[in-house]
Design a protein around this ligand. Structure first.
Ligand code: NAI
Ligand code: X2X
Ligand code: MG
Ligand code: MG
Length: 344
């Protein structure tokens, strides 16, 4: 269906436009292999399985993810295989290893991509930055992506509630003439609410900007700045945490999600409205140079380079854990832990 966003018209593929039934029928002769069972792997594989697609999992043996796959009911040598076997046995390969993991594994699996197979990503990273990732795909296969706009954990949870996450889709290479239908079918099969079109490059540039910016990086920065100033002015942890995080997630974000920012403003006091209307542009304006710089770092490939370097190290999990600990053990988030427990 076409929708007008301001002056821009976009085609949005809804569940009515491309039904699950149609998707299932289109892929009825295909075997889909989900490679990797980290965060997106389980979300997408389990939704496909519950939606009755022919799906198997390929995962490195003797790993935590392998054990998780067994726990989720995948059966060794029937629906759960090594990565190489999984690729060999299937016609569409969903490359859901971490972006750094894809670099390490690609040389071992590329020989199994015979003519006409489909290679699926959930990120534009591997191919947009292929000078760095060395993922050199053959010309005689289909290559496409569906990128859920959210965590694999949420994708699964919302699916179980009968809801869904929005996803983007993109075609990189259409060898068989069926790439778009393959992409849309899997997009619906994994439980997308709707699908909007992008390119591999646009997907990765926007995704890296979003997660470094307002979705993850900027929001933690903003929270910790406000919390710090409240605390320095003698406010208690309870007061500072409630006024920075708890009120936002419990009371105000649901209102924004329901009917937009103006609706949230309308449901606050006229005092709050006056102040928020006066201050929001100041926050926008000081952030614009930061976002300009962030986008440059992303589109130049420098962010990708840093990510690859850091996440390809042997001890990267340990290092990440250490860095996460800094957040977890901050007074702000330690306060949050107690506050969450006190919710009725
Ligand atoms: N985490 C998320 O919710 C989202 C992820 N994506 C994208 O989806 C893809 C998968 O990401 P995640 O699920 O976060 O990955 P992840 O970090 O959870 O890892 C997935 C799997 O990769 C395997 N792996 C890592 N290194 C390996 C290696 N050297 N050899 C063999 N296996 C290895 C791990 O065992 C794990 O099962 C990525 O392209 C990511 O950017 C897209 C949207 C959201
Ligand atoms: C969950 C998601 O879409 C992110 C933040 O882009 C990611 O995990 O890479
Ligand atoms: Mg994302
Ligand atoms: Mg991302």
């Amino acid at each position: 269906m076409k929708f007008k966003f301001g002056k821009i018209e976009e085609e949005i593929i809804t569940r009515k436009d491309f039904s699950l039934k149609k998707a299932r029928k289109f892929l009825s002769n295909e075997t889909i292999c989900v490679l990797g069972y980290g965060v997106q792997g389980p979300g997408q594989a389990l939704n496909l399985r519950d939606n009755e697609f022919n799906v198997i999992v390929g995962q490195r043996k003797n790993s935590k993810s392998w054990d998780n796959a067994l726990k989720d009911g995948w059966i060794e040598n029937k629906t759960l295989f090594s990565i190489e076997e999984g690729v060999e046995k299937s016609t569409i390969i969903m490359f859901l290893l971490s972006d750094a993991g894809q670099i390490a594994v690609w040389p071992k699996i590329k020989k199994y991509f015979s003519s006409g197979k489909g290679l699926y990503f959930s990120h534009g990273f591997g191919l947009t930055f292929n000078k760095k990732t060395k993922i050199d795909t053959p010309k005689n296969i289909d290559i496409f992506l569906v990128a859920p706009k959210g965590s694999g954990t949420s994708l699964r949870r919302l699916f179980k509630e009968g809801k869904g996450l929005n996803s983007s889709y993109a075609i990189y290479q259409d060898y068989t003439g069926k790439a778009k239908k393959r992409a849309l079918s899997i997009g619906m099969g994994i439980g997308s609410a709707y699908l909007f079109e992008t390119t591999f490059k646009k997907e990765v540039y926007s995704d890296l900007t979003g997660e470094r910016g307002s979705l993850m990086g900027a929001i933690q920065g903003l929270f910790s700045a406000q919390y710090k100033i409240l605390r320095e002015n003698g406010h208690s942890p309870s007061e500072a945490f409630n006024e920075t995080v708890e009120e936002l997630t419990q009371s105000l974000m649901p209102l924004i999600a329901e009917k937009g920012m103006d609706w949230m403003y309308e449901n606050c006091s006229t005092t709050a409205q006056r102040g928020a209307l006066d201050w929001w542009k100041t926050f926008r304006d000081i952030n614009i140079p930061i976002f300009i710089n962030l986008y440059k770092e992303v589109s130049s490939g420098r962010e990708a380079e840093k990510t690859i370097l850091s996440n390809s190290k042997k001890n990267y999990r340990k290092n990440l854990k250490k860095e996460l600990k800094e957040i977890k053990e901050s007074e702000l988030w330690k306060t949050g832990k107690i506050v969450r427990k006190l919710r009725p």
